[in-house]
Design a protein. Structure first.
Length: 307
């Protein structure tokens, strides 16, 4: 792949998704921005602990070690910090030897507009408002939840897991389930088995991963993908035919029929899982890094405040 940033897989990430900033954020919430700024400057040489998405970012950047002259991944820091308070973040990036060179510091304002400027394939943040804004503008985005950030890095593969409806696919079928029930949903999926689903917010990101996978012989590919869905037979057929129509490869598909996903994601050893349903995310976050996708009918009534 060419060295231009536009030809890479580009991930935008907030500082609170990358590092554990809970202590300083609490100061911001209780004492205000001036106290927060003083605290960060006074502690700018104190290295931050890894956040929930740290291990994912580390494994993403490790892909570049396979071809240092032609790196495949670019990670861009997108932070609500100011340049002053962000110095501690960059000091921590250098301490952990993360190859992150580009950054945006917005001094409290939302950085989501720069998701488009950098042509990011994915935006990860702890701020749900920023995530929703990115989703509304057509970008894959997720709110990284507090939870398991101690994933073992012994497995060299980078493993992504995705829910189906309202994540990879549109929420058109989920709307039928929500408004008319399981039987109507099943009947619709059987009748529409040969009609591909429309794409959801993560279709383009999944397609970008698929293009990267094609750069490697199948037995040597460092990226693995899985569909982990509450669907079950006979609603599986439309999903399979849709991915076939898109010419996108999924390495594993789990049709779980509504049972909790957490243990299955643990068995798969997912580096990150994306789902639109809060209860699935809460169960998954106990086991793996999890991003809530506040999109679609399941999130119509969810408040947009920070998670």
């Amino acid at each position: 792949m060419a060295s231009k940033i536009g030809d890479k897989l580009i991930i935008g990430i907030s500082s609170r998704a990358l590092f554990n900033l809970d202590e300083s954020h609490q100061i911001f919430e209780t004492q205000g921005v001036d106290a927060y700024s003083r605290y960060q400057i006074e502690h700018e040489d104190d290295i931050l602990l890894p956040g929930t998405a740290f291990a994912l970012v580390k494994k993403l950047l490790a892909l570049n070690e396979r071809n240092p002259e032609n790196p495949a991944v670019e990670v861009v820091l997108m932070s609500r910090n100011s340049a002053d308070t962000g110095l501690r973040v960059f000091n921590s990036i250098q301490h952990y030897k993360l190859d992150i060179k580009r950054a945006v510091f917005t001094s409290g304002r939302s950085p989501y507009g720069y998701v488009s400027a950098f042509a990011c394939h994915l935006f990860l943040s702890t701020n749900t408002e920023d995530v929703k804004a990115a989703l509304q503008n057509g970008f894959a985005a997720a709110t990284i939840l507090p939870g398991n950030n101690q994933q073992k890095e012994s497995n060299g593969e980078l493993r992504f897991a995705f829910d189906g409806d309202a994540v990879i696919f549109s929420d058109e079928s989920e709307k039928i389930y929500k408004t008319q029930g399981l039987q109507a949903f099943t009947e619709n999926e059987m009748a529409s088995a040969n009609l591909p689903l429309a794409g959801g917010p993560f279709k383009n990101f999944l397609a970008a991963l698929h293009r990267m996978q094609q750069e490697y012989p199948p037995q040597e590919c460092p990226i693995r993908t899985a569909l982990v869905t509450a669907r079950s037979a006979p609603a599986h057929e439309r999903v399979i035919r849709t991915l076939r129509e898109w010419n996108i490869r999924i390495d594993e598909a789990l049709f779980l029929g509504g049972i909790p996903k957490g243990q299955f994601l643990k068995s798969y050893q997912a580096d990150v899982f994306f789902d639109d349903q809060s209860f699935h995310c809460d169960d998954a976050a106990v086991h793996v890094a999890t991003g809530h996708v506040p999109h679609g009918v399941a999130n119509d009534d969810i408040d947009s405040s920070d998670v």
